[in-house]
Design a protein around this ligand. Structure first.
Ligand SMILES: Cc1ncc(COP(=O)(O)O)c(C=O)c1O
Length: 407
């Protein structure tokens, strides 16, 4: 039996079956490449869902991680550590905001933002006790906690997990009129992904985010952007909301914030909103630990380099144009969209993206289907152009020759 089979069978036997991975077992990573246990090399067009934006095992990140791990590790927030304050300072100054709250996973940071919104709603806006409402968008993905699946519109994410949280509403993504109708005096916040990643790299219609922000301002509703996947240079701007010149009240970050090696997330935003938390209101043992802060500091320094951001923008435009040109008229293609190096190729539902993604693996290209019908292309932002071209050539070849099955 191959090593791959042995390891997969062991995982299937001993692990919970809450994922459906592509069948290969990775053992090494470097830059834009991944290697499996059989010694095969792949170009990473997946970027760990936007986590590996700096490429894998970036030397500066590894240097910081190992240096910090040998010096001061996890001491909890029972004490101050010397890495957290400068990290908070850098993060807030990059975002042009007052305060930040460190967490670990993306879902935890979104939960934190919604708790902030509820407490702000009751204590500042004056919404009656236990009556706060949060509005989200259809197709959203904010994470898997009970609170966040209560906002989800994906039946599988909710089924059998009830009772879900009350006070959660959704409006169609991109529909400002529906948002205007949905807002009531009890609305504390509107939360939106500037690009919906898990829904299949969905970009909202131009002007929607600005209109949503204006409505929030008009009705004293917090405007929260979830940039866990589309933020930190991924879209060709440091923050995706900068495409629309927005000033959100809270921004949620994660994934790439940990340099690809450590779970780090954060809520960044208005001091008077984050300031509603008092000691004991919220916390996390690992949040803001010295290793997280040090690694994330290096990650932020690298991700905020204007040359990296500008390159992601330029390379993304080139990749989008390449795919649109070379896949023009391809039988199975329904849409090609994205911003920066977050691109989706939507194919006919009769074929779905999974078989195409499986075939790309044979060509040495790794990615994953998103929302069943979208091939996600989100490589490290510093991928060499020749490797990106190689990956796009393979995508073109595989997608061009695919046919919609005759039923
Ligand atoms: C936009 C967005 N929000 C939140 C999350 C949840 O992050 P995590 O898986 O780290 O909890 C994700 C993960 O894919 C995401 O894409």
């Amino acid at each position: 039996m191959s090593k791959t089979r042995q390891l997969i069978d062991l995982e299937l036997d001993k692990g919970a079956h809450n994922y459906h991975p592509i069948e290969l077992v990775l053992t090494r990573s470097k830059g834009s490449f991944l290697w499996d246990v059989e010694g095969r090399r792949y170009i990473d067009m997946m970027g760990a869902y936007s986590t590996a934006s700096l490429g894998h095992c970036h030397p500066e990140i590894i240097k910081t991680l190992t240096r910090q791990a040998k010096k001061l590790d996890v001491t909890s927030r029972a004490f101050y550590n010397d890495q957290l304050p400068p990290w908070l300072d850098l993060l807030t100054s990059l975002a042009g905001m007052d305060k930040a709250l460190p967490m670990n996973s993306g879902a935890e940071a979104v939960e934190s933002a919604l708790k902030l919104a509820r407490k702000w709603g009751e204590t500042v806006k004056g919404i009656p006790k236990d009556r706060c409402e949060i509005i989200g968008c259809e197709g959203n993905f904010h994470g898997r906690t009970l609170g966040l699946i209560s906002l989800s519109t994906e039946p599988q994410y909710r089924r059998n997990f009830g009772p879900l949280l009350p006070g959660m509403k959704t409006v169609p993504y991109g529909d400002a009129k529906a948002l205007a109708k949905a807002i009531t005096p009890r609305t504390a916040a509107f939360i939106v992904e500037p690009i919906q990643g898990e829904a299949g790299i969905r970009v909202p219609p131009p002007g929607f985010l600005a209109k949503a922000q204006a409505l929030c301002r008009q009705h004293n509703v917090l405007f929260i952007v979830d940039e866990i996947q589309c933020g930190l240079a991924r879209s060709g701007r440091l923050f995706c909301y900068q495409h629309d010149n927005l000033t959100p009240d809270l921004v949620i970050l994660g994934k790439a914030l940990g340099g690809g090696v450590y779970p780090v997330s954060a809520v960044v935003g208005r001091g008077d909103v984050i300031g509603v938390f008092r000691p004991g209101d919220h916390g996390s043992t690992f949040g803001g630990n010295a290793i997280a802060a040090a690694v994330s500091m290096t990650a932020l320094q690298l991700l905020s380099d204007p040359k990296l951001i500008e390159r992601a923008d330029r390379l993304g435009q080139w990749a989008l144009a390449y795919l649109r040109k070379h896949l023009a008229g391809a039988e199975v293609v329904r849409d090609i969209r994205g911003k920066g190096l977050l691109i989706g190729v939507e194919v006919a539902p009769e074929i779905g993206a999974r078989p195409l993604v499986e075939e790309l693996k044979i060509h040495g290209i790794l990615t994953k289907d998103s929302h069943d019908v979208v091939i996600r292309l989100a490589p490290p932002l510093n991928i060499k152009k020749k490797h990106l071209r190689q990956a796009l050539e393979a995508v073109t070849k595989v997608v061009q020759k695919a046919r919609v099955p005759v039923s």
